[in-house]
Design a protein around this ligand. Structure first.
Ligand code: FAD
Length: 600
């Protein structure tokens, strides 16, 4: 049933008919779940979102956090949301049963997070960051850190954060200067400042545990000298909470996601800030990549979810708003038509549907590779991990960039009302903008895709991708109605290979700047291919369901609408690869800085 912010029917279609996630339960690790329990999780997520999140969406935006007398006051509902998510088992959902979690596949957890984010994205970073930070302690931390900090975080009693960014170190984490000076085994004095730390302080919980990157005095320069620390707001001393000299210096006043404070923090101003080393010295950035990769998928989920809320709100509006007449209707005395009947409004809606449901499908595909890696070994596992690595920057970036355009299209459907606070579109438009910036900007993700993911292991990830997409093409090509789309994707896949080979030739000549100058455009090209892949998968599943017959009117409409969105994507979005290909194979250098400044 369609909700105001997300479709439960679409969630179940993707889980069962497109990605067959119940097949994961054949593996012993996930055998305590089944198709029905996945459906129950989805229903429970909607129920929680309906009760604790959706009703507070606008109010939490209008009443943003305040820093007063050293206390960060957040919206009163924050406490209830964290408690509800903890009680629902969503903070430690993927943690093994033996450690108190649900041992839930990452893919089903991602879908639950999608539902929550669609209902109220602005409030969701609290638990998302706590889960990521606690998972990091779980993987790399000592028993002491697990018992003292992690357990309280999974219980939703203490907040977790990811404390990376400094004034001079945003995209470039190798420039981090926060220092750590050893005082005892595994214990360091921390000094420095961190900026933009989401959920970096709050009055709703008793403590905040920062997973913080700093440089041990004397460590090598660059990324090889960065270590990871647990730096609590209050440290535990003989069972008591003691102030740890982490000062909230200010709250950034942001354009969106206002419920979550982004904090400027001063550490060790009074020489009394202690940090506890996680894992080995100088390996911090590689550890942090676990949290960053989880967070990148979560940001993709956030973007797809915000775009979903915008799509459903604008679809509802378009079905109710009368304005103007159909272009072939000449009689001004006839009543106006609903705007959903105008081709341009339908285009705006189809664009949104293709972005939202294409993105969510890619995100589930990506998370499924994490699940498959968990239950496989040897070469099979290595291949799943490579696909996970390859798809992660795409699954972060496409939903963010296309999602921004998609929410804008949703706002456009409402005309002037879209620009006003009476409808949720203006807030969603503000909220989604950050998704292309934090967790690595679009440029950084694109450098990662082209410069790292496609070149590692001699291009193996790219070959695995071609194999996976080719399988989908083969499955679709069996059906006459889908042959045309299968052939189109096959053509696109060859084109992608051609462009990639062209860029790799440049790479081999050793000019990294020339090779990577248009990495963001390459990301667009790759993303269009990946989303077309997801739409062909969805189209095939829908076509099969319609062929099987014996379904009611509502179900028929659901599947026909899927096929229409697939066709839209292939006829309106996919052709954009032509322009991108032209540029990516054009040898004229325009954007590389020259000795003479040409931008004035
Ligand atoms: C609301 C919000 C919440 C945040 N939450 C957190 C958090 O919880 N924890 C945390 O640690 N940080 C957080 N951040 C910080 C965020 O991750 C950074 O803002 C982001 O990584 C970009 O860094 P920067 O702002 O310094 O921009 P810069 O790195 O200065 O980038 C500016 C521009 O230059 C481009 N650019 C930079 N380097 C390159 C390059 N090598 N090649 C091509 N282009 C490049 C960027 O793409 C961007 O367009 C948050 C930020 C915001 C706004």
């Amino acid at each position: 049933m369609a909700k105001h912010y997300a479709s439960s029917r679409n969630a179940k279609f993707l889980v069962h008919e497109v990605h067959d996630l119940a097949a994961l339960t054949k593996h012993p690790y996930f055998a305590h779940h089944d198709r029905e329990s996945f459906d129950m999780m989805i229903d429970a997520a909607f129920q929680l979102a309906d009760t604790h999140l959706f009703p507070y969406f606008a109010d939490m935006d209008r009443n943003e956090p305040e820093l007063k007398d050293g206390v960060v006051k957040v919206h009163p509902q924050v406490k209830n949301i964290i408690r509800a998510l903890a009680e629902g088992g969503w903070i430690n959902a993927t943690v093994p049963l033996a450690e108190g979690g649900m041992q839930l596949p990452e893919s089903i957890n991602a879908l639950g997070q999608f539902i929550f984010q669609a209902a109220n994205n602005s409030a969701m970073p609290f638990t998302g960051l706590t889960a990521g930070a606690a998972n990091l302690i779980r993987t790399f931390g000592s028993d002491y850190l697990k018992q003292t900090y992690m357990e309280r975080m999974y219980a939703g009693e203490w907040q977790g954060t990811m404390a990376l960014t400094e004034p001079q170190a945003g995209s470039s984490l190798s420039d981090i200067v926060t220092t750590a000076e050893p005082v005892a085994e595994g214990v360091f004095k921390i000094k420095g400042q961190k900026i933009f730390i989401s959920a970096g302080d709050l009055d709703a919980l008793d403590n905040v545990v920062h997973l913080l990157l700093a440089r041990i005095k004397g460590a090598p320069a660059g990324t090889k000298g960065i270590s990871l620390f647990v730096v609590p707001k209050k440290r535990v001393v003989e069972g008591k909470l003691v102030d740890n000299d982490v000062l909230p210096a200010g709250i950034y006043h942001k354009m969106g996601q206002k419920a979550t404070p982004a904090m400027h923090l001063m550490l060790g101003e009074n020489d009394n800030c202690f940090g506890y080393l996680v894992g080995e010295p100088n390996k911090g950035l590689s550890y942090m990549f676990q949290m960053m990769n989880e967070a990148r998928i979560l940001v993709g989920i956030t973007a797809a979810a915000i775009a979903s809320a915008a799509y459903h709100a604008s679809l509802e509006y378009a079905k109710e708003r009368p304005q103007g007449r159909r272009l072939n209707e000449k009689n001004p005395l006839n009543p106006p038509t609903l705007i959903i009947n105008h081709p341009d409004v339908r285009r705006l809606l189809l664009f949104q549907k293709s972005v939202v449901e294409g993105s969510l499908s890619l995100l589930l595909e990506t998370a499924k590779y994490a699940d498959l890696a968990h239950v496989s070994q040897g070469e099979e596992q290595a291949n799943h991990l490579l696909m996970l690595e390859l798809l992660t920057p795409v699954a972060k970036t496409y939903p963010a960039e296309a999602g921004i355009a998609s929410v804008s299209a949703g706002l456009q459907c409402l005309g002037g009302y879209g620009f006003c606070k009476d409808f949720p579109l203006e807030q969603l438009y503000r909220d989604i903008r950050i998704t292309a910036i934090y967790e690595g900007t679009t440029a950084i993700q694109s450098l990662d895709l082209l410069g790292r993911k496609l070149t590692m292991h001699n291009g193996k990830a790219g070959r695995l991708y071609i194999q996976a997409v080719s399988e989908t093409i083969g499955e679709a090509a069996v059906y006459d109605a889908l042959k045309k789309y299968a052939a189109a994707l096959e053509h696109e896949l060859k084109n992608l290979q051609k462009v990639t080979a062209h860029l790799m030739e440049i790479a081999q000549k050793g000019d990294a700047e020339l090779f990577l100058a248009d990495a963001t455009l390459y990301m667009e090209l790759f993303s269009l291919n990946a989303i077309a892949w997801q739409w062909l998968k969805q189209g095939t599943a829908a076509h099969k369901a319609l062929l099987a017959g014996a379904i009611n009117q509502e179900e028929t409409a659901f599947y026909e609408s899927k096929l229409q969105a697939m066709k839209y994507f292939f006829h309106y979005e996919l052709p954009k690869t032509q322009g991108l290909t032209t540029r990516l194979t054009d040898s004229e250098v325009i954007t590389i800085a020259q000795q003479k400044e040409l931008l004035v």
